[in-house]
Ligand binder design. Structure first.
Ligand code: BGC
Length: 268
């Protein structure tokens, strides 16, 4: 992506202190966006990312907010507008896992995952959409009045035993994204989702940090490598740019073929 594709645009990336969110923040800043690094309980790490972006000549600012809480989300948007004046791109990225066998899953494990992964996307998208509609298209900045990128997962379509809260949240993101894409398109707002497969981040460390785990994981990935946050960063940056101006209401899977049902390659 060239270094001016998102020039002068303001991007809020939730959960940007680590993993995929950090990869997206670095990539968008490198493409000229002013980025907000949202984090919860990771102030120092978030400030390090801000420093990294600033040292590379970019613009970044960290804001603490638990995105499952309405008042904290509203306060985050107010703080963002104080910094940058508006929002052009929302990356609904923050997400977590609280894994458990179904019959042992607690209500707290269920609610925590749905609260951050799904309700958090609703709260942030609603605030962003209000500003996009109020402000409209800004000539010379982007063809769209705003872009919302929802971080989904291959588990939007692949069922996942032991992770029903997580898979349910990702399945929900699909219909959330499509429904608001339909509603917001007449306002020149694009809404898309990215469905990452196994990306090397803290969320799935146990799946890649020993040779045995990694070999087992690779049997699920026909392209035979684990993804990196930079892979998703590049895709998110392109989706937010005008090069993707005709894309709305769909999920792009970036998974090395994980959704190709590799178990069927020599079976069935
Ligand atoms: C999960 C990871 C997992 C990957 C592939 C992601 O959405 O967060 O833990 O490795 O899907 O199963």
């Amino acid at each position: 992506m060239n270094s001016t594709a998102l020039q002068g645009q303001s991007a809020l990336i939730t959960g940007a202190d680590s993993g995929i969110g950090k990869g997206v923040a670095l990539a968008m800043a490198a493409a000229g966006a002013n980025v907000i690094i949202n984090h919860v309980d990771a102030h120092e790490v978030a400030e390090q990312t801000v420093d990294e972006i600033t040292a590379a000549g970019g613009k970044a600012y960290a804001i603490h907010a638990d995105i499952s809480k309405e008042d904290e989300v509203k306060a985050m948007f107010v703080e963002m507008y104080q910094q940058y004046g508006t929002i052009d791109i929302l990356v609904n990225n923050a997400g977590l896992q609280r894994d458990s066998r179904f019959i042992d899953m607690t209500l707290e494990q269920w609610n925590t995952v749905i609260g951050i992964n799904l309700t958090g996307q609703f709260l942030c998208a609603r605030e962003a959409a209000k500003e996009f509609i109020k402000r409209g298209v800004v000539e010379g900045r982007s063809r769209a009045a705003g872009k919302i990128i929802c971080m989904s997962s291959v588990h939007e379509v692949i069922p996942w035993a032991g992770h029903v809260n997580y898979a349910t949240s990702k399945g929900g993101i699909s219909m959330f994204m499509k429904s608001i894409a339909q509603e917001l398109a007449p306002h020149k707002i694009r809404v898309v989702a990215i469905g990452p497969g196994a990306i090397q981040t803290p969320i799935n460390k146990s799946a890649w940090d020993t040779p045995e785990a990694l070999n087992k994981l690779l049997t699920l990935i026909p392209y035979n490598r684990v993804g990196e946050p930079e892979d998703i960063g590049k895709l998110a940056t392109w989706l937010a740019s005008d090069e993707a101006d005709y894309i709305t209401g769909t999920t792009i899977f970036m998974d090395g073929g994980m959704t190709l049902y590799p178990g069927f390659a020599d079976n069935g």
